[in-house]
Ligand binder design. Structure first.
Ligand code: PRP
Ligand code: ZN
Length: 288
């Protein structure tokens, strides 16, 4: 026991790289993690435990890890005692019903009497109950997508992210059961150990700054002096833009932080108003 905060992340899968990328953006360096179960960060009091994602809620509940990064799908399925500290905005996916090409599944009622293979029996049972449906469930811990071709099930209910797995197995998307993304969970926000609380608060502050920064971009451009007012009206900036003089008399530089998703809506209007040399830069951290 070294007093470090213990963070569980998925050992190998959809969330692994993005979880480590988030830590990197938080300024936390992890070296040489390949094939190791526990790795300590070199510049932050954090131990990273690489575990199967399905086991993470339980390890967090039992205190083996203090916090964990895992999909909402797994948390809902496992129903362990832990609370979500922050939604992380990556690992977005849906739990969907899917059926083999050449068959049909038009109405929810068509699910009645069918056999569904899934790794998420609890979520699927809730869905069936809520929709007043009756189907047989087969619980599989992996490779759910091959169940229909083996003749074990009529349908599957599984996580779909890019859709590649379904396509490769000649399965078609059907009803959506659950939407999910990666979240940071903890069994307690108030550990007995004060030191741990302060490490967790520091980590949370850093994560929140990365998430805010991700939702924003830094916009830079040159504008003719006489279009300044027009340009400022177009920019969806929360704060007043920065205006700088340029060596060229009649031109100004305008800088502003804008919501990432607004850029393509305004770029043509900016050009039409005379803006040139438009640059859009990512922001790594944003402290508010
Ligand atoms: C899910 C699911 C598929 C894959 C779908 O697995 O079981 O294998 O992701 O992704 P795609 O639509 O991008 O092809 P998950 O990442 O949850 O891993 P696990 O089943 O090993 O826990
Ligand atoms: Zn899993």
């Amino acid at each position: 026991m070294n007093g470090n905060l213990k963070l569980a992340v998925q050992k190998k899968g959809r969330l692994t790289d993005k979880s480590l990328e988030l830590l990197r953006l938080c300024g936390i360096d992890i070296e040489n993690y390949s094939e190791r179960l526990v790795v300590s960060a070199s510049n932050f009091p954090l131990d990273i435990l690489f575990l199967r994602d399905d086991d993470i809620p339980e390890y967090v509940q039992d205190g083996v890890a203090d916090v964990g990064i895992v999909g909402e799908n797994v948390i809902y399925e496992k129903q362990t005692k832990s609370s979500v500290l922050e939604k992380l905005g990556f690992g977005k996916c849906s739990l969907l019903m899917a059926y083999p090409e050449g068959r049909e599944l038009k109405n929810l009622d068509d699910i009645n009497g069918k056999t569904i293979a899934t790794s998420y029996p609890r979520i699927v049972k809730d869905f069936l109950l809520k929709n007043n449906l009756d189907a047989k469930l087969i619980e599989l811990s992996g490779s759910v997508e091959i169940a229909p071709s083996l003749g074990v099930a009529d349908l599957i209910c599984d996580i779909v992210s890019t859709g590649n797995t379904l396509m490769m197995n000649k399965l078609k998307k059907s009803f959506k059961v659950f939407d999910s993304q990666a979240v940071l969970i903890s069994a307690s926000t108030n550990f007995k150990d004060d030191e741990k609380n302060s490490i967790l608060n520091d980590l949370l502050r850093r994560i929140r700054s990365v998430l805010t920064a991700r939702a924003s971009k830094y916009l830079m451009m040159n504008v003719p002096k006489n279009s300044l007012n027009k340009i400022i009206k177009i920019i969806p900036s929360l704060k007043s833009p920065t205006v700088l003089h340029l060596a060229e008399e009649n031109m100004l530089a305008v800088h502003a932080v804008i919501p990432s998703n607004k850029f393509w809506d305004i770029v043509e209007a900016l050009k039409a108003a005379g803006a040139s040399g438009i640059l859009l830069l990512p922001i790594e951290n944003m402290i508010q």
